[in-house]
Structure formats: structure tokens, C-alpha cells
Design a protein around this ligand. Structure first.
Ligand SMILES: Cc1cc2nc3c(=O)[nH]c(=O)nc-3n(C[C@H](O)[C@H](O)[C@H](O)COP(=O)(O)OP(=O)(O)OC[C@H]3O[C@@H](n4cnc5c(N)ncnc54)[C@H](O)[C@@H]3O)c2cc1C
Length: 462
């Protein structure tokens, strides 16, 4: 008889959620975790970065407090205090998971797992058996061969969270979510930021129109953005680092610190023969699964960053729910169509569904509705009138294909769009929904009305 019904390897947002759901469904469950509960997300990812973003936002506001009728003298940043607060927020969250595990009688086996067989795990030499395995071992940052991490002046996002002082000039290689968020944090704290991206626009996965608008806002805020720019060479001197990039002409940028955030690879090295050959694993280490999170080997599931798909915490958690439901006798599939994403910049950029380019690529007859935050009363009241919302529909049926929001609280607002898409609502149904006034969400209603040329607060179309 197996020791457990379900063993989950890794206690990140994928692993801990699937362990709890497995236990809720009556399975005897254990989690093997070598480092920390909550994984990257709670300890060195989503939660600590958002704690820093929050302070950066507050600091920005304090700097223009006069505008809001408050006179603040000499607001000063205390990085040590900020680090203490960040660590407190982390431990509040990780402590919560430990209590949940106890309440659901989930065993936390502390140690590093290796997996050779579908139904067993070895932890520090001890063999533990299970009817089902859910692999949720996450990922780690990729290093640039021409600029290897030294963890002091060439750093990844984990070291970026621990800086005790903000250098004067910072180079950031890669303008994905992590690069853009740190650009905003450190720019708010007074550093000179050079953000370098190889692809044509920042946040390459996002809708081009909104990403380019964010790029203009970055530039207005003093962030130096170099898109379509490949890092060609790096010279590490005693006092500085010189980055050579190729834009239209060769350019040299001198900085004191470089954050490299050019991508991630999957932590699948713990899977060994004979199981390894039975799984399909790509060059990045990503384990192939179907929409039920099944690997093809009976009883072995994989979720989260280790499957190289969403690279998002809530993606991992949802995949965890699907895997644990299927591992405990249920039948569930992932619906990636309605998976939202948010980059927590100033302002935030959030989206769900297809970009305009992707919708066209997929052969839809695309129609859009747009609305600017500058025409929204609440956005002015809070002093954040920049940004735009774009809704993309199928012109033949008016089905919502995607919603893209660049603006304050976009990360909160996108949930409404996800619900509408989950309920397969049309743009018209969204336009006919009554939104509270004055709220930022009214922008979603107005963009839906604009889709029909009927937005009340947009000028008449010629
Ligand atoms: C700086 C940063 C900011 C981010 N911000 C956001 C955000 O705002 N929103 C968002 O959705 N996503 C964000 N992410 C991404 C998010 O953190 C990840 O997508 C998410 O953590 C993936 O969850 P996971 O459970 O797959 O893996 P992880 O969180 O990586 O957890 C894997 C766990 O497995 C453990 N483990 C690995 N191998 C073994 C082994 N052999 N034995 C035992 N234990 C093992 C690890 O110690 C780890 O705890 C961010 C990431 C970073 C780096």
C-alpha cells in the first residue's frame, strides 16, 4: 500500500494549492519542499515585489503631495525599514500556508526530492510512495553568457529585492514584467534607469498599442528605454559596467549595477531515469502536459513554471486545482482562454484573452472599442488620468476576445473582464451592465459602448 494518495513536489503557488485541494477532496497528502512554503511567489517573487511597488507608489505620491493639498517636508526613503516590512509581509503569508497545511493534515516533508519512478519520491535517501505525484518544482532565472551573475553588481530579481542602497545608474536587461516593475521601483527611488529590450516593444506578450503607450509614459518619467536593442558586449570595470547595445547605431551605456531578467528555465533536474525518458521535456526543462495536467505517465501530473507555459502564480494555482481534482477522481481541464495577467507598473498593464494582433492572426474579424482614463472622473480625482482600455471583439458575434487595460488599478479591474469572458458575455452585455459612479471600472463600460460608437464621454466620431 502506498504511503500517500498524493505527493506534491514543491510548495509554491502551484504546489501548496494542489496539496490543499487534494486534501479537501479526501486524499492523504504530503508536500516535499526543500526551501520555503509559498515558493518563488511568496518569498522572492509576486508578494515582495508588490510590497516594494507599493512603497514606490507611496513615495511618488508623497513627492507630489502638495498637489493633493498636503505639505510633506523631506520625505525620505529608508530601505532597511522597507526590507523589514517586506520580510514581515512574506512571513505573514508563509505562516498562513503552514497553518492551512496543519488544519488539512497535510504532511510537509522538508528536503529535496528526486524522482525516478512514477509512484515514489526519494527525500534525503528516504523512499516515500504515493498513488499520484504532482510535480510543481517551479523555475529559476536564466543567465546571460556574456554577463554571468556575480550576485553583487550583476544580479537577478532575488538580489534586487535585497539591495541596501540604490545605485545611481542601473541597467536592466529584459523588459518583461520583472524588468518593467523594477524600472518603476528604482526610478521612483531616484536611480537613472536604462531598460534594454531585444524585441520591438516592452512587455512583448502584451497588446502592442498599450505596451507602446506604457513605453511613452516610462520615457516621460525619465526611464531610458532601448527597444529592438540587443546587448552585444559588457565590460565589467572596477567602478562601473559598460553595456554595448546595438540600436540603430552602436551605443554604450555606463551603469553601476545590472539586473538581468531575460527569462526563466524549469526546475526539472530532479526527475531522473527511468521516469525522465518517459516524460516529454523541452530544451528549457519544461515538462509537457495536456489540458488535464497529465504528463502521459499514469499518476504523474506537472503544473506551474515547470511546465513552461504561463509563468504566472495564478496560472500555477489553477493548474494545481486541475491536477489535484483529476488525481483524486475528478475530471477537470484548464481554460487558458480566460487567464488574466498584470504587470504592476505605474500605471499597471493588465490583460485577458487575445491581443489585437493575435485575434487577427487567428482569423477573427476584429472590432475594437477604446476609452481613455483621461475621460474618467475618478482617474482625475486620484491624480492618475493616464492610460487606455481596449476591448477586442469578434465583429460577427460580438463575443469578447480580449480586454487590455493600461491604467490605475488595472490588475483589479481585469477580473471583471475575466468574469465576462468566463460567462461568454458579448460586448453589448458588458455595455449594458450598470457600473458604479465614480469608479475606474466605468472605463470598461465606456470602451464597450465605444465598440458600438456609443460611448457617452467620447467625442462624436467624424
Ligand atoms: C520577481 C518576480 C516577480 C513575480 N511577480 C509575479 C506577479 O506579480 N504575478 C504573478 O502571477 N507571477 C509573478 N511571478 C511569477 C510567479 O512567482 C511564478 O509563476 C510562480 O511562483 C510559479 O509557481 P510554482 O508553484 O510553479 O513554482 P515556484 O513558486 O517556483 O515554487 C517551486 C517550489 O518548489 C521547490 N522545489 C524545487 N525543486 C524541488 C525539489 N527537488 N524538492 C523539493 N522542493 C523543490 C522550490 O524550493 C520552490 O519552493 C513573479 C516572479 C518573479 C521572479
Amino acid at each position: 500500500m502506498a504511503d500517500y494518495d498524493v505527493i506534491v513536489i514543491g510548495a509554491g503557488p502551484g504546489g501548496y494549492v494542489s496539496a490543499i485541494r487534494s486534501a479537501q477532496r479526501g486524499a492523504k497528502t504530503a508536500v516535499v519542499e526543500k526551501k520555503y512554503l509559498g515558493g518563488v511567489c511568496l518569498n522572492i517573487g509576486c508578494i515582495p515585489t508588490k510590497t516594494l511597488i507599493n512603497t514606490a507608489g507611496l513615495y511618488r505620491k508623497l513627492k507630489k503631495a502638495d498637489e493633493f493639498g498636503i505639505h510633506v517636508d523631506n520625505a525620505q526613503l529608508d530601505l532597511n525599514q522597507l526590507k523589514q516590512r517586506k520580510n514581515k509581509v512574506i512571513s505573514l503569508n508563509t505562516g498562513g500556508i503552514e497553518r492551512l497545511f496543519k488544519s488539512y493534515h497535510i504532511d510537509w516533508i522538508k528536503g529535496e526530492a528526486t524522482i525516478h519512478q512514477p509512484n515514489e519520491v526519494t527525500v534525503d535517501g528516504k523512499r516515500i510512495t504515493s498513488k499520484n505525484l504532482i510535480i510543481a518544482t517551479g523555475g529559476r532565472p536564466v543567465e546571460l553568457p556574456i554577463l554571468p551573475f556575480d550576485k553583487k553588481r550583476i544580479i537577478d530579481s532575488s538580489q534586487a529585492l535585497e539591495l541596501t542602497e540604490i545605485p545611481k545608474r542601473i541597467g536592466i536587461i529584459g523588459a518583461g514584467a520583472i524588468g518593467c516593475e523594477f524600472s518603476c521601483i528604482w526610478n521612483s527611488f531616484g536611480a537613472e534607469i536604462h531598460l534594454i529590450e531585444m524585441l520591438p516593444h516592452i512587455l512583448p506578450k502584451e497588446d502592442e498599442e498599450l505596451a507602446k503607450r506604457l513605453e511613452s509614459i516610462f520615457k516621460k518619467e525619465g526611464i531610458h528605454v532601448y527597444t529592438g536593442s540587443k546587448l552585444k558586449a559588457a565590460k565589467i570595470n572596477d567602478d562601473d559596467i559598460v553595456l554595448s547595445i546595438e540600436v540603430s547605431k552602436n551605443t554604450e551605456i555606463t551603469v553601476d549595477l545590472v539586473l538581468v531578467c531575460v527569462g526563466m528555465k524549469c526546475n526539472s533536474d530532479c526527475i531522473q531515469e527511468p521516469l525522465r525518458s518517459a516524460l516529454k521535456i523541452n530544451k528549457k526543462g519544461g515538462i509537457a502536459v495536456n489540458e488535464k495536467m497529465e504528463t502521459g505517465v499514469p499518476g504523474v501530473y506537472a503544473i506551474g513554471d515547470v511546465i513552461d507555459r504561463t509563468w504566472l502564480a495564478h496560472g500555477a494555482s489553477n493548474e494545481g486545482i486541475v491536477a489535484s481534482t483529476n488525481a483524486t477522481g475528478g475530471n477537470k481541464r484548464m481554460d487558458y482562454r480566460i487567464l488574466p495577467a498584470c504587470t504592476f507598473t505605474f500605471p499597471e498593464l493588465a490583460s485577458v484573452g487575445l491581443t489585437e494582433a493575435k485575434a487577427k492572426e487567428q482569423g477573427y474579424s476584429v472590432k475594437t472599442g477604446k476609452f481613455l482614463f483621461s475621460a474618467n472622473g475618478r482617474a482625475h480625482a486620484i491624480g492618475e488620468p493616464e492610460g487606455m482600455l481596449k476591448i477586442i471583439g469578434d465583429a460577427r458575434t460580438d463575443e469578447i476576445l480580449g480586454v487590455h487595460i493600461l491604467g490605475p488599478e488595472a490588475g483589479e479591474m481585469i477580473a471583471t473582464a475575466s468574469v465576462a469572458m468566463k460567462l461568454e458575455s458579448t460586448v453589448e452585455e458588458l455595455a449594458e451592465t450598470i457600473f458604479t459612479h465614480p469608479t475606474l471600472s466605468e472605463v470598461l463600460m465606456e470602451a464597450s459602448e465605444d465598440y458600438y460608437g456609443m460611448s457617452i464621454h467620447s467625442p462624436a466620431k467624424k
